[in-house]
Design a protein around this ligand. Structure first.
Ligand SMILES: [Zn+2]
Length: 315
């Protein structure tokens, strides 16, 4: 009973701290910002957030609305809700815990929530996670015919924060860009908890639109408890994108984008004349769009495919 009252006091104290305007730290490295948005439900209907019926809908508080996330242009981080996380006061706690949403009917992860404290941070080494195949996972073969992974297994709650290894409820298919950007925020949280022995309320929500098998991105929210967000406070959306690639989020299939191909192409094929050219050959400009194919293949491969070199640029 005594213990319980202690927690209650701690919760009241934390609620009191936050009643003075939420978190103070606005300084995270995001570069775009949106104003607070309020809608009647926590996540829009087209999004699998892992939120099931019966949970708080955040009435009276600002909530996440995926439709306010702009199309990805150049920055893969978008600051949401003025960098203020959407945690409700009754979620505040200084007791460490972890929660992972069960996989949905498509095998997809939902939100992962934790209160990060030193007592749940790992002491041992990270173990292999390659046994988990998250939805949208795809491999490809490189020019040497070796099997390569396009995606990384991205932890929703990082190993360094809660010590989860091959937990299928905590791993999504993520691009290198997504995973490395998430890591910057994870390291901030880990360093803060290690230095202060405080707790950080932490939630990572993968955003799957419609029936897509690949997440469009993740919402990362964090708030340090004992100091009212003074140490850690952020709310960011990270796009699951990779420069130079076009990704089909329904399946996870990907291909090099047209722009990248033009930039990186070794040769240009004319599928009609069966000639191949250097990309800067003047004949490329005259070529009919429907016959023109940019390629990154080697000369040998192209010749093997039945193409012969252009007489003008002599590739
Ligand atoms: Zn040519």
């Amino acid at each position: 009973m005594k213990r319980r009252i202690g927690w209650l006091l701690a919760a009241l104290l934390i609620a009191f701290i936050f009643s003075f305007g939420g978190c103070a730290n606005q300084g995270f490295s995001g570069d775009q910002s949106s104003s607070a948005n309020v809608s009647s439900h926590y996540y829009s209907d087209s999004v699998n957030s892992g939120l099931q019926g019966g949970e708080s809908d955040g009435e009276g508080y600002p909530v996440f609305d995926f439709s306010t996330i702009p199309e990805y242009l150049t920055s893969a981080v978008y600051v949401v809700n003025g960098n203020q996380p959407y945690f409700l006061p009754d979620e505040y706690t200084t007791q460490s815990y972890e929660y992972y949403t069960p996989l949905d009917d498509f095998g997809r992860c939902g939100k992962a929530v934790a209160c990060i404290g030193q007592d749940i941070m790992p002491e041992g080494e990270r173990e292999s996670i390659s046994s988990v195949i998250p939805t949208g996972w795809h491999i490809y073969y490189d020019a040497q015919g070796n099997k390569q992974n396009f995606y990384e297994r991205a932890h929703l709650i990082a190993f360094q924060l809660a010590g989860e290894n091959a937990n299928p409820l905590n791993l999504i298919s993520g691009t290198f860009t997504l995973n490395s950007l998430m890591q910057e925020y994870e390291e901030e949280v880990a360093a803060y908890v290690k230095a202060t022995d405080n707790h950080v309320l932490y939630r990572v929500t993968p955003i799957f639109e419609y029936d897509n098998l690949l997440a469009s991105g993740v919402l990362m929210e964090a708030l340090s408890m004992e100091d009212g967000g003074e140490g850690i406070c952020f709310n960011v959306y990270i796009y699951n994108v990779q420069p130079d690639y076009e990704i089909d989020y329904a399946t996870g299939y990907f291909e090099i984008s047209e722009d990248a191909l033009e930039n990186y192409a070794t040769y240009v094929l004319n599928t009609n004349s069966k000639k191949f050219h250097y990309p800067d050959c003047s004949s490329v400009l005259d070529m009919k769009q429907s016959n023109k194919v940019y390629t990154t293949k080697t000369r040998e491969e192209i010749v093997k495919d039945g193409y012969s070199p252009c007489g003008k640029c002599k590739p």
